[in-house]
Design a protein around this ligand. Structure first.
Ligand SMILES: [Mg+2]
Length: 369
């Protein structure tokens, strides 16, 4: 018999955590990371979701999304998703609007799984199974010794045989420095680990193609956002000319965005904290499948792990992103262990995504108290 379990309350809080050292990629620099945390409750059960973005996302949750989510059946995640998309029409659905929606969607999936007392991967149609991760950081601001130490930490200490570094320093104006850093990275990780690079849209297509030819001897197998990802024609041109897989999609917000981008890449990326939570991520996986490419989860590994496991081989890997691993390990108990290069969400049988907020550790970083 169907039992209605209404969503009774929904809150948003904002936490800003300083980085452990200055960070930059090809096109942006930052010294802190802001997480917008959403909690949704039904009876004694609470679901937890989050996005990474400015505190304005919390205001969108309270003002635009709460009114259309409260009172709904907590198991009706699809209904809540559609209602939130409609509610955001005039507020601005792409970008920050969908970041806010994503945090709520993740909280509602977590709530539903906890109400049913099953790991989220089970509710999403899968079972606990290993999902490959890759270590991601290698910021352009790192001195070489810091870069080497970080990469060796993943490869040698944690046994993660895939790593990614940032390139495209100063909007692609320092290709000789990019090549030096790629060489430093390859030497640090040895000949066998996979080496990925991410330019964050720093290059023109011609510059990206020239650079890829120059780093061919370093065995780079993944070239992320060689050009801005809002230019699928340029991505396709690079894809046709270079050996590494070309990947993009981290700013995508819905299935139509991914459908436009998928034919231009070798591996699509989607970020569940930006594209509509697990609901949006699963839709991105379906789009990728329809285009004959895999999907890779962008950043925030704990927001993706259960959905990735549920989709099996359709998802290539999770990004074990230095910043977000640090923030998620600080704020939450129940984080996953990437030792050996995989995580297995749900293996401990904990309901939902298995993370709980540690109020005492988080409180010093709350900025909207
Ligand atoms: Mg990227």
């Amino acid at each position: 018999m169907w039992t209605d379990r209404p969503i009774e309350w929904l809150t948003a809080r904002v936490y800003t955590v300083p980085t452990d050292r200055p960070e930059a990629d090809g096109t942006l620099a930052w010294d802190s990371t802001t997480l917008v945390l959403v909690e949704a409750g039904s009876g004694p059960v609470t679901g937890l979701g989050w996005t990474y973005g400015p505190s304005a996302a919390a205001a969108l949750v309270r003002e635009q999304l709460g009114p259309v989510v409260l009172g709904r059946d907590a198991l009706d995640t699809s209904g809540a998703y559609e209602a939130m998309r409609r509610a955001l029409r005039n507020a601005g659905r792409p970008g920050l609007g969908t970041y806010a929606l994503s945090a709520v969607d993740l909280a509602l999936w977590d709530l539903a799984a906890r109400l049913l007392d099953v790991p989220l991967v089970g509710l999403l149609g899968g079972r606990p199974r290993p999902v490959e991760v890759y270590g991601s950081g290698g910021f352009t601001t790192y001195p070489d010794r810091v870069l080497e130490r970080q990469l060796r930490g993943w490869v040698e200490e944690q046994g993660i045989p895939r790593v990614k570094i940032k390139i495209g320093e100063s909007w692609g104006a320092r290709p000789e420095r990019d090549l030096e850093r790629i060489s430093v990275a390859r030497t640090a990780i040895g000949p066998d680990a996979a080496l990925y690079v991410d330019a964050n849209g720093a290059f023109t297509a011609k510059r990206a193609i020239r650079l890829a030819a120059a780093f061919a001897d370093d065995g780079v197998t993944w070239f992320e956002e060689p050009v801005p990802s809002d230019d699928p024609a340029a991505l396709a041109a690079v894809r046709a000319a270079v050996a590494p897989d070309v990947a993009a999609g981290e700013y995508g917000d819905d299935a139509r965005y991914f459908a436009r981008l998928a034919p231009a890449v070798d591996c699509l990326q989607a970020d569940a904290t930006r594209c509509g939570g697990p609901t949006g991520f699963l839709r991105a996986a379906a789009v990728a499948e329809a285009s004959g490419v895999q999907l890779s989860a962008h950043c925030s590994p704990h927001a993706h792990a259960h959905a990735a496991a549920a989709r099996g081989a359709a998802v290539r890997h999770l990004e074990w992103f230095h910043d977000h691993v640090r923030v998620e390990s600080l704020l939450f108990d129940g984080v996953l262990d990437p030792a050996g290069g995989t995580v297995t969400p749900g293996a401990d049988g904990a309901p939902g995504h298995g993370l709980t907020l540690v109020e005492g550790r988080a409180a010093p970083y709350q900025v909207d108290a």
